[in-house]
Design a protein around this ligand. Structure first.
Ligand SMILES: [Mn+2]
Length: 308
């Protein structure tokens, strides 16, 4: 095997070894990616969207969805101590714990939380946390596994939905990740203050498809296997006849978060944002959190190209 396997080789192997979750049309999933949760400081791109995400998660929890977090969940490149992230965003972790307690939480790691490839790191960071007020350890997500790939397999149709973060095969973000960590933590992140963009963070969401998207799309067409990923921070929902590349987007967009929902055997791309509601009588404005359907969804899973 080459020293740095290509995106295609990485995906092929990962698909073969991915964790399989069986489902049918009565199961619901919501997928968010790229939260990049930080320590609440000026580099924390998630903090301004936390209430949107919290509200969305409680909406999905009440409606019996299972929650998949598709990588780059916590910004472990910039932050040495996960505990500070957990403490800063404790309300989110409390909500995620509710999903975990009902066996409805699935975690996939990306490149900015690649340390969680190690089950030892997962156990140290995620099984429990220290409550300094009570001076005790409390359970967080005991026994959780963090996967690199998950396959949702439909019990009746046999259709496979392959979920992966999407950094696989990228030289700096995958193979040379310790170098990327050092550059991000000590060089690029401090330079953000001066207006420099961290090159391991994706380009502007409206930029044209990059090489990551192209390579993944080539794999999809070659193996006729759809993929749901994140990583680029550019949400994507294909037309039924197009290459079935789905991207959940991110939770660090300046004004909204995006995600994918699977329900009743259909898939949709949604956006949660703050919108203004105007009272028609008084003319007063209220800010409220709304869920909006994007693109052409909901699309039946069976209408996706290459579905069996
Ligand atoms: Mn990523």
């Amino acid at each position: 095997m080459p020293l740095f396997p290509s995106t295609s080789a990485r995906l092929t192997r990962l698909f073969r070894e991915s964790h399989v979750v069986e489902f049918d049309d009565s199961d619901k999933f919501v997928i968010f990616s790229d939260c990049h949760r930080g320590d609440g400081g000026w580099k924390d791109d998630y903090a301004h969207n936390r209430n949107l995400h919290l509200h969305a998660l409680s909406y999905y929890f009440e409606r019996d969805y299972r929650y998949v977090e598709l990588g780059d969940s916590d910004e472990l490149f910039e932050n040495k101590q996960f505990e500070r992230i957990r403490y800063t965003h404790s309300n989110i972790f409390r909500q995620m714990k509710q999903f975990h307690d009902k066996q409805r939480l699935y975690l996939v790691h990306g490149n900015h939380d690649i340390q969680r490839r190690s089950p030892k790191v997962v156990e140290e960071q995620l099984y429990q946390f220290y409550n300094d007020y009570e001076d005790t350890y409390e359970p967080l997500f005991p026994g959780i596994q963090v996967h690199e790939g998950i396959t949702l397999r439909h019990k009746r149709t046999g259709q496979s939905l392959f979920l992966v973060h999407g950094h696989q095969g990228d030289l700096v973000n995958d193979h040379l990740w310790p170098l990327a960590l050092i550059l991000v933590r000590y060089i690029w992140a401090p330079l953000q203050f001066l207006g420099w963009r961290d090159p391991t963070m994706p380009q502007a969401p409206l930029a044209r498809p990059g090489k990551v998207e192209r390579r993944i799309s080539e794999w999809i067409d070659r193996y006729q296997q759809m993929i749901i990923c994140g990583h680029t921070h550019r949400s994507w929902f294909p037309k039924p006849s197009a290459t079935p590349y789905f991207n959940a987007g991110s939770c660090i967009h300046p004004r909204c978060i995006t995600g994918l929902e699977i329900e009743d055997g259909m898939i949709s791309l949604v956006k949660w944002a703050l919108t203004v509601k105007r009272d028609p009588v008084s003319g007063d404005g209220t800010l409220c959190i709304t869920r909006e359907l994007l693109a052409d969804g909901p699309m039946p899973l069976q209408a996706i190209k290459y579905a069996v």
